[in-house]
Design a protein. Sequence first.
Length: 151
Amino acid sequence: MYYKNTLVALCHALEDAILAADYTPLMLTAFQRGKWYLEEADRYGEIAQRSRQIVILSAPDAGFADHPTSQRPNVALVSLDTADPVAQEWHLLILSPHYTAMVLCQELAAADYGAGASPGRSGAQVLRALDFRPSPSARNSRNSSRTCGAL
């Protein structure tokens, strides 16, 4: 389990690699809420300039479809129903021939904290990291390249 701010920093570090190099990846990202995307939308505009395609999944709140980044031809939005289990998850997948990374997270429900427990005195949000795999290896990059080609 990780605090949200730790996972945000991790995702930003993975995204920074796209901004620093010529990977032109396919990215798939899921935001739990449209308002979280809006906080990152300008950053994703920069990332879109260096990406082949970005697919963003989120519940359609807060008008994220109206943001200029969302209007780019290489940015696709997928609206999630708030009842969809994916709407409770947070994903970042980066696929390119030379750089791949994946972070899969799920927000903890109140029952996950156990009896009498809570997210913390500060109210900090805790998420369960389902998987985290940075993968600059040649073998995994070749596999990712095949995956990108199939998409």
